[in-house]
Design a protein around this ligand. Structure first.
Ligand SMILES: C[S@@+](CC[C@H](N)C(=O)[O-])C[C@H]1O[C@@H](n2cnc3c(N)ncnc32)[C@H](O)[C@@H]1O
Length: 286
């Protein structure tokens, strides 16, 4: 059936521009799927995530440890403001990302991933890494910080080994920050952007939809540009961008990528008052 979502798979790509590893969602072409169909597809993906089914076929390329300059910059900004002297850092679902070792060379860092090849590459390079399911892994002592970057396990399940007053650092590509915002054990202290600026004011605006023309004009141009692309497809010829923004959000239930006329659109990616999924969110356990 043409109008039904045929399949949804995650594929990994390296965002060459910023050196971050994240997933893109590819969908089969559909006409406008209904909200029910979209929600069903989304639920399937979330179920896959929580069961850790392999969403990506392994390739023949040997993994090597990688450093994201942006993430090092963001972690250094966090360290300056809040977190020097961290004894133990835990990085579940680490993949090949070893940026945190550059930012915290003095800390013990425990890397865990269930991909054996990945873990072998980390061990060969001298990192303390364990090849196991993060939901079964015990570090032995409570961590001062848990790093959660693009995990395939819900972020809340990765916090069991975080000590009181310990930090959680995460991004939002896999909605980790969004999920942790409603975790009553955590408080959001700040958000670091890719230039290393730490924002500690009006943090609720990272989740708030735009309401006024002034707020709309305040969105940085590069985010506005992406929104205009979405608008061109969803509302061709429409000039009143703020009204169209509100309409699209009102129509959209749940977070999802949709395919319109062969073009993939990230509906959830419509701008909020502040922020980006690539930002680094700093939480502290109460
Ligand atoms: C999208 S990658 C993110 C890698 C890295 N954090 C980054 O941002 O570049 C997700 C990683 O989680 C690992 N993973 C998924 N489920 C896991 C589980 N249950 N236990 C351990 N590792 C898991 C995968 O093998 C993969 O390397």
């Amino acid at each position: 059936m043409k109008s039904i979502i045929l399949f949804a798979i995650f594929r990994v790509y390296h965002a060459l521009k910023n050196g971050k590893l994240c997933y893109n969602l590819a969908m089969s072409p559909t006409d406008n799927p209904s909200n029910e169909e979209i929600e069903k597809g989304y639920a399937e993906i979330m179920a896959n995530l929580s069961q850790s089914k392999p969403l990506v076929q392994s390739s023949n390329i040997k993994p090597i440890p990688e450093v994201s300059e942006n993430l090092v910059k963001e972690l250094m900004a966090f360290k300056q403001k809040f977190g020097s002297g961290l004894k133990l850092i835990y990085y579940p679902c680490c993949g090949t990302d070893v940026s945190v070792s550059q930012a915290f060379p003095e800390s013990r860092i425990i890397y865990v991933d269930q991909n054996e090849e990945v873990v072998t590459s980390l061990k060969e390079a001298g990192f303390e890494a364990y090849d196991t399911d993060v939901r079964e892994f015990k570090i032995g002592e409570q961590a001062d910080m848990v790093l959660i970057m693009n995990p395939q396990v819900p972020a809340g399940e990765l916090l069991l080994q975080l000590k009181e007053k310990g930090y959680v650092i995460c991004n939002n590509y896999h909605h980790s920050a969004k999920e942790l915002m409603s975790n009553k054990e955590l408080e959001l202290l700040g958000v670091v952007d890719s230039n290393g600026n730490v924002d500690m004011r009006d943090l609720e605006q990272y989740w708030q939809k735009i309401e006024t023309e002034e707020e709309f004009q305040n969105i940085p141009d590069y985010i506005k540009g992406r929104y205009i692309d979405v608008l061109k497809v969803l509302r061709p010829g429409r000039k009143d961008m703020l009204a169209a923004y509100k309409e699209i959000l009102a129509e959209q239930k749940g977070d999802f990528f949709r395919e319109y006329n062969g073009k993939s659109l990230l509906i959830e990616g419509l701008p909020k008052k502040k922020g980006e999924d690539s930002d680094v969110y700093i939480f502290r356990k109460k």
